[in-house]
Design a binder for this molecule. Sequence first.
Ligand code: UDP
Ligand code: MG
Length: 329
Amino acid sequence: MNASLSVIVPCFNEEEVISESYHRLKKVLEQLPLFSQIIFVNDGSIDGTEKILSEIAHADKTVKVISFSRNFGHQNAVTAGLNYCLTDLAVVIDADLQDPPELIPAMIDTLEKNNAQVVYCVRKHRKGERFFKRISAKFFYRFLNFFSEVRLPVDTGDFRLVDKSVIREFNKLHEKGKYIRGLIVWLGFKQVPFYYEREPRFAGETKYPFSKMMKLATTSLLYFSKKPLKIASYMGFFSVIIALLLALWAIFGKFFGFTNADPGWTSLMVAVVFFGGVQLLTVGILGAYIGNLFDEIKDRPEYVIKEMMNFEAENSAKAGDDGIGLQNK
Ligand code: UDP
Ligand code: MG
């Protein structure tokens, strides 16, 4: 029987939504027959989020706050929440109420009925999101699956419920570039889908601009697939064949007079541009993997904590009072 639940809410500049999120979550959690807490992870917000969170945490001791020293990114914020939750269950949910908190009881039900360890929420529709975001997300998840060595469920974000065996194993993962939804699939255990309608953002703008979306996409691609490297070598192979054919054509043509090679500016340019492109592309792919190796080898923590609120009751060895994540202990 699961007896305790943490709700992990990463927030970056969410002053417009945070109070509403808290109230809606609180209402849902109060009706659950288990001990529950909310862990807000303030990912280096520069607006009023920190102040609002500290007011909430002062008034309600079941609300914990982890504040980062700067913006480390959504995946790192969720990681911190999972590192510091000591409960039987954890739900990861966005602060902007796109994922309705009211679904949490049904998710727990689904977990228990199926005897599962993960309930992942699949978006049936995305309301109020721009056409570009919808199309790019749809395309991205399918594209990623083509490359990935792990079968990743499509149209799934980080909104999910996990139990303590998944939390425990997740916290043992050492890689710094985390694509959490992929890692949870990789961990295995019994995982069941939960279909829901994604609501529009309650207020404010998306905190996932194109640059952050690209970063997440590259992390997922590079950490879950070696196919780009294979494709690079296929391209190399393909261009060598073309080069050989071109060489044969040029040499025999010269001898037997069926090419008029002297004025061959066009063919020369095509060959130079083609092989130059293939080389740059393959070097770029290699570079992307090497860059990740470089980041992993440096072994810097995934986040730096500036302040923690309402963690006093817990074992400080677990609550990490030196500001470095659990994974480094
Ligand atoms: N977020 C974060 N750090 C970031 C960017 C976003 O913690 O650097 C949080 C954000 O506050 C929200 C969640 O991640 O709770 C999802 O972000 P958002 O709703 O802006 O993304 P979208 O739903 O537009 O993809
Ligand atoms: Mg959102």
